[in-house]
Ligand binder design. Structure first.
Ligand code: ARG
Length: 571
């Protein structure tokens, strides 16, 4: 069987496989030729470049190999032209009717033919994972949005996904926070506690601890009390976490993001001593100045401290315990972490430790470049720390202004507000997802909300325009596909790339691959639409074009949903 995800490539590959085997009997028994979409429509619809790689094994020039293969079997009905070109490319042009049939097959398949390659497998995706008791700001958006798209892509491929929000809910900062809560807030703040208050308490207390030794000791004492299970401190800690979760959840709801698990760092607390013990037993952890450390001499990485000299455990220790627990409970094939680029060393180190301990899951760190705003890093000091809440509100406000400027007749205020929410939130998400995760992003309002260019609203608009065309036609859009102009054929070829694109985006942990594809598809659609009348065409052509439009709409809809972007039918 071929390993092609896409239907057409699979069938073309099967034919070529037979041809190669016939031309070179006994020499290419398990060889599966790769077929790719043509790089340039001038040369056909698909191409196979394998002859070049076979030259050595077959002791023949690649062009001759390609020619012998294509001459070995009669040209099948699905093709109209087979050509050997250049150093040995095999260019394939397919028959429009066959192509239409392939497209119909895909349309009849569940989720437009997305392969169920993850069936029977599970994957844990650790994303967002913010630190509790801090407000979410613009710097938090990337992990949420990229993580959620990776989550959706895996679900679509049939994986059992466990989206796990690994909250930073434990550690030294809670001693500082407890002290700050008791001493730096008003009674009223304490009575109606918000995450903003907690952040204020933390900042005030941490500042004080820098200059005041007595204060610092008091913070430490609070931490010890908390760790020893003091009832009051525990109850307060629980309250801080619940308030944080409540506020984060409001944000996630707005972003259509939902977690299966909320296991913060504290969940793994009881396992930490065991991790250190196992590392010592395995000869991986050694003592150094009273601390337990792991060295990475072979890997050329700096050491990792897994237990401090005061007995406290570190971030890495918790992460190792987390992997062990996840593997025990879920036996995942993959555990994917989505954080910013600054944590690369941490992940390299603890992944390596897990491997040495015999971890069976594939551990993947998807890191992303930092977000800046107006060319400057986002930080409290720069004073450009836009809160996530405010970011979303501003996006919605700007979208609403655009909607209203277009005088939307017959839309109630509430409908306009709902539409603005879909567009504004979609714009923010798409800005992020259209970039390869590793590229830094300088956030720009005009670009994010632009109705042309590579933006969320552009894609939503393309979808809505097709919906309105279909509505206007008053037909079912289930006519027979003819695909008799080059642009229609191109559009069909693109639609057929959808399942493979979803697979690739998931396997590379790059939702941007799907975003690029959808943008390309909508551009193609718009050149098709400019050149080809739909409603005014002759009945058979009209029916075919409506069908094609409806398939484009369906792929845009499914694709945008995989990116977590809503698709209003009317804009
Ligand atoms: N809480 C961390 C932060 O805000 C991110 C945690 C990522 N996940 C993990 N398992 N280390 O930077």
């Amino acid at each position: 069987m071929s390993d092609h995800v896409n239907l057409c490539e699979g069938e073309l590959s099967a034919w070529l496989q037979g041809a190669f085997q016939k031309a070179f009997p006994g020499e290419l028994d398990s060889f599966v030729p790769r077929v790719l979409p043509a790089q340039d429509a001038k040369f056909g619809d698909f191409q196979c470049n394998e002859a070049m790689g076979l030259a050595k094994q077959l002791h023949k020039p690649p062009r001759q190999i390609a020619q012998l293969a294509v001459d070995a079997l009669p040209m099948p009905a699905m093709l109209t032209k087979v050509e050997v070109a250049g150093p040995g490319f095999i260019n394939l042009t397919v028959n429009a009717e066959w192509l239409a049939g392939q497209l119909e097959k895909l349309a009849a398949a569940a989720s437009f033919g997305i392969p169920q390659s993850g069936a029977g497998k599970s994957v844990v995706i650790d994303y967002s994972s913010p630190n509790a008791a801090k407000q979410m700001h613009i710097g938090h958006i990337r992990s949420i949005v990229i993580g959620n798209a990776i989550d959706r892509l895996h679900r679509a491929l049939g994986y059992r996904v466990l989206a796990d929000n690994h909250l930073g809910d434990w550690g030294t900062q809670f001693g500082i926070l407890l002290k700050g809560y008791r001493e730096c807030l008003t009674d009223e703040q304490r009575a109606n506690l918000t995450v903003a208050d907690l952040e204020q308490a933390y900042v005030a207390s941490a500042g004080r601890a820098k200059t005041d030794e007595v204060w610092k000791d008091a913070c430490r004492a609070e931490l010890v009390k908390l760790q020893q299970g003091d009832a009051d401190d525990r109850a307060l800690w629980k309250k801080f976490i619940d308030i944080s979760i409540g506020e984060f959840t409001r944000m996630y709801d707005r972003l259509d993001v939902h977690f299966d698990l909320w296991r913060g760092e504290s969940f793994y607390n009881d396992r930490l001593a065991g991790v250190v013990k196992r590392l010592q037993d395995a000869g991986l952890a050694v003592e150094s100045q009273g601390a337990q450390i792991v060295k990475f001499e072979e890997e050329g990485l700096p050491i990792a401290i897994i237990q401090k000299s005061d007995g406290g455990f570190n971030y890495a220790t918790t992460d190792i315990a987390t992997v062990e627990s996840r593997v025990e409970e879920f036996a995942p094939d993959r555990i994917i972490y989505v954080t910013d680029e600054r944590q690369q060393l941490h992940f390299k180190q603890f992944f390596r430790i897990c491997e040495k301990l015999g971890c069976t899951a594939k551990l993947v760190h998807v890191w992303f470049g930092l977000m800046s705003y107006q060319g400057r890093a986002i930080s409290t000091r720069e004073g450009n720390l836009i809160k996530l809440d405010e970011l979303l509100e501003e996006a919605v406000k700007r979208s609403l202004a655009i909607i209203q400027s277009q005088k939307p007749d017959g839309m109630t205020d509430e409908e306009q507000r709902k539409l603005a929410e879909d567009i504004g939130v979609g714009a923010i998400k798409y800005t992020d997802l259209s970039h390869d995760p590793t590229t830094p992003i300088d956030f720009n309002w005009d670009k994010a909300l632009a109705l042309d260019g590579n933006s969320g609203p552009y894609l939503q608009y393309a979808y809505a325009r097709i919906c309105s065309l279909l509505d206007k036609s008053g037909e079912e859009a289930d006519g027979k596909l003819l695909l008799d102009s080059p642009i229609e054929k191109q559009l069909a070829l693109s639609l057929l790339q959808f399942p493979g694109t979803v697979q690739r985006a998931a396997d590379n942990f790059k939702p941007s691959m799907l975003a690029d594809y959808l943008f390309g598809l909508s551009q193609q659609y718009s050149s098709f639409y400019q050149r080809s009348p739909v409603l005014k065409a002759d009945p058979a052509v009209r029916a075919s074009r409506l069908r094609l439009c409806s398939l484009v709409a369906r792929v845009l809809e499914e694709g945008l949903h995989l990116l977590g972007i809503r698709t209003p039918r009317r804009i």
